[in-house]
Design a protein around this ligand. Structure first.
Ligand code: MN
Ligand code: MN
Length: 294
């Protein structure tokens, strides 16, 4: 017998794992990408993000918290049926529902954006802020009503148009923007963010959040400019920077946030930066929420 052994530290997000009962945050992956229309591969997102997360430093300057002090438990990945979106959404819903029944904050790593619908169904009576280059409000896409391009439209139909805000949006087409305006859906474009004082944007999002008791944050990685996050399913120019996204997230995080997700990282198109940035966003958001609940 020699001294070599398998180093399992990449298995868990952050490289360590608290017990379920001790944890405040429960993280899990959903490696589903069956409706991807352009650059497939987000099914590999959870694994790539976990690996990246075990290889970055843990101190958060915004909050003065070390991520190693954040109480987080990694459940692993939800077993999904490739090609079966309805079944995947059902499983995501049940997992999130159970996590919430223990009064813990769920963190879901995608996978494609469609899985957010399952999370919203599990949490019930919740508002959502989606950081995304896209509205994802097509009625159907490629003859499919349950697709990454339609997920926010389905959510509007299920929870109501007043409970949703899209931040960082810049890519749409006529029928979709007509729907958004007709239904008076709240949104902030990336152009407005890049040309305004950051506090004005933060206040606009806070004003929206003030209307609700509970909220969920969804981060489609393509909200970032492709220069910051090249490895995504549908890259769009003229996005926001990582620092601006993190500053906004830091200021809007509070007790109301009972779950968040990070979706659409596509490792086959990544040079490594997107997965590292995704890990960093999860670290910072956990630290921000922790600093506001303790
Ligand atoms: Mn999206
Ligand atoms: Mn998008």
């Amino acid at each position: 017998m020699n001294n070599f052994y398998i180093n399992n530290q990449n298995k868990y997000f952050g490289g360590f794992n608290r017990s379920f009962s001790e944890a405040k945050f429960i993280i899990f992956g959903v490696p589903f990408d069956s409706t991807t229309s352009y650059r497939p591969g987000s099914r590999f997102g959870p694994t790539a993000i976990r690996e990246a997360s075990a290889n970055i430093e843990t101190w958060s300057w915004r909050t003065e918290i070390d991520f190693e002090d954040v109480k987080i438990h990694d459940l692993g990945d939800v077993s999904i049926v490739h090609g079966d979106c309805i079944e995947t959404l059902k499983r995501v819903k049940e997992v999130i529902e159970e996590i919430y029944s223990y009064k813990k904050i769920s963190i879901m790593i995608g996978g494609e954006h469609t899985i957010t619908l399952g999370a919203i169904r599990g949490l019930k009576d919740i508002a959502i802020i989606s950081f995304d280059a896209h509205f994802d409000m097509r009625n159907e896409y490629l003859s499919n009503k349950f697709s990454h391009a339609c997920v926010m439209r389905r959510i509007v139909e299920e929870i109501g148009r007043e409970k949703i805000m899209i931040v960082g949006v810049r890519a749409t087409y006529k029928e979709e923007i007509d729907y958004v305006r007709k239904n008076k859906i709240s949104y902030i474009t990336s152009n407005k963010i890049n040309n305004s004082k950051i506090n004005e944007i933060i206040n606009e999002i806070k004003d929206f959040l003030n209307n609700f008791e509970k909220a969920y944050i969804s981060i489609d990685m393509d909200v970032l400019d492709p220069s910051y996050a090249p490895g995504v399913g549908n890259p769009e120019p003229e996005g926001i920077s990582t620092s601006i996204l993190l500053d906004i997230l830091n200021k809007i995080s509070n007790k109301k946030i009972i779950g968040f997700d990070l979706v659409e990282v596509s490792p086959p198109y990544d040079n490594g930066i997107t997965s590292i940035t995704a890990s960093k966003i999860i670290y910072e958001l956990c630290c921000s929420i922790t600093s506001n609940i303790t």
